[in-house]
Design a protein around this ligand. Structure first.
Ligand code: NAP
Length: 336
């Protein structure tokens, strides 16, 4: 098969399609012939050598949709040719509160979806959401799952609450907006781009603040009668996370799912205890989170936001677009 194989830490520009062995399904596994994949920040960190547990060679990629091409020993209830979406949360374990010791994300250490075929546990393939194109369906799994757990399972967003989603251009952030809107929350967003703020408003955001040109903490307070949002969803980390603790209403919740800009340089602990805040960490999601999230996108009731579609051979250009934060929504790779 053809695949994007990382042999060492690389510049995204250096990625090339090459021949790789066809995967064979191990016991309990299936092989999926992929139609489309999507790009996540994780793939960029891995390419740049900034991810824990690196190993080479590796085929990156966590998101994929396609058809079942081969079925391993001991697999029941999966038929050849079935059209599936892959849950990239591998071996979550039995505890819905957190994953267990065998947990992995597809695309490292296991070979991922920047390829014509991928082998995954049969438990990780589900019927793909009907009513979506291949590109839309491939855009859903990792970012949709992360956003669902952050907003619903951990953040417990409620109808009528105000949810602030930071950095709305991000893949996960656009899903957080769609999911919070579907719950009936009022949604505020931030972005470094006025154009992205306008696009977020077209998707249902009530108000947006540019973090490069405005004091978004003050603006978010003003938009909530001086109190601050009930729930803040942050994948940015760094100084922005500390500002989120400042912006949240007393008794509010702040969910952290990422740290694009790094660690928090200085944390004012007093904000957490004085304001009675709940600070909640969230990563990926359980099998139940994945099923519930896919149902939201079933029958085309909710459409994911696809930023741009590249061919698999142009995976490097897709990663560079993400690195420059040029995207709004998910960057997708067309495979077949
Ligand atoms: N824990 C998990 O399970 C999990 C899952 C997926 C992703 N993540 C992490 O979550 C983060 C986002 O991932 P993604 O794939 O959604 O990434 P992405 O699509 O690359 O989004 C990154 C976005 O961050 C925003 N941003 C950058 N600097 C900012 C700042 N100072 N303030 C506010 N926003 C800022 C930008 O938004 P604008 O363009 O609107 O300015 C940018 O588009 C990454 O760190 C990723 O590793 C974690």
């Amino acid at each position: 098969m053809k695949a994007i194989v990382l042999h060492s830490v690389s510049e995204p520009e250096a990625l090339r399609l090459e021949e790789a062995p066809d995967p064979a399904p191990g016991p309990g596994q299936v092989v999926v012939r992929l139609r489309a994949a999507a790009v996540n920040h994780r793939d960029l960190w891995i390419c740049r050598g900034r991810y824990a547990g690196l190993r080479f060679p590796i085929i990156p990629g966590s998101d994929g949709v396609g058809e079942i091409a081969a079925i391993g020993r001991g697999v029941a209830g999966v038929s050849s040719g079935a059209s599936v979406a892959i849950n990239p949360s591998l071996d979550w374990g039995d505890d819905p509160r957190a994953f267990g010791p065998k947990f992995r994300i597809l695309g490292l250490p296991d070979n991922g979806t920047f390829a014509e075929q991928v082998a995954v546990p049969a438990a990780n393939v589900l019927p793909r959401p009907a009513g979506l194109t291949d590109e839309e369906a491939a855009a859903v799994p990792l970012a949709g799952l992360t956003a669902y757990r952050a907003v619903v399972t951990r953040g417990r967003a409620q109808r009528g609450e105000t949810v602030l989603v930071l950095g709305i251009g991000g893949g996960v952030a656009t899903y957080a907006l769609l999911i919070a809107r579907q719950i009936g929350a009022r949604v505020l967003v931030t972005s470094g781009s006025d154009e992205k703020l306008a696009r977020a408003r077209a998707l249902g955001a009530d108000q947006g603040f540019n973090y490069k040109t405005a004091d978004w903490v003050a603006a978010a307070r003003e938009a909530t009668g001086g109190l601050g949002p009930d729930l803040i969803i942050d994948g940015t980390g760094g100084a922005t996370f500390e500002q989120a603790l400042d912006a949240a209403r007393p008794g509010g919740r702040v969910v952290s799912y990422g740290a694009t800009t790094g660690n928090v340089p200085e944390l004012t602990v007093r904000r957490v205890f004085w304001k009675q805040l709940s600070v909640l960490g969230s990563t990926m999601g359980s099998p139940d989170d994945f099923r519930a999230m896919l149902a939201l996108f079933g029958e085309g009731r909710q459409r994911p936001v696809v930023d741009r579609v590249f061919s698999l051979a142009d995976a490097g250009a897709a990663l560079l677009r993400m690195e420059r934060a040029e995207q709004f929504g998910k960057i997708v790779l067309r495979i077949a």
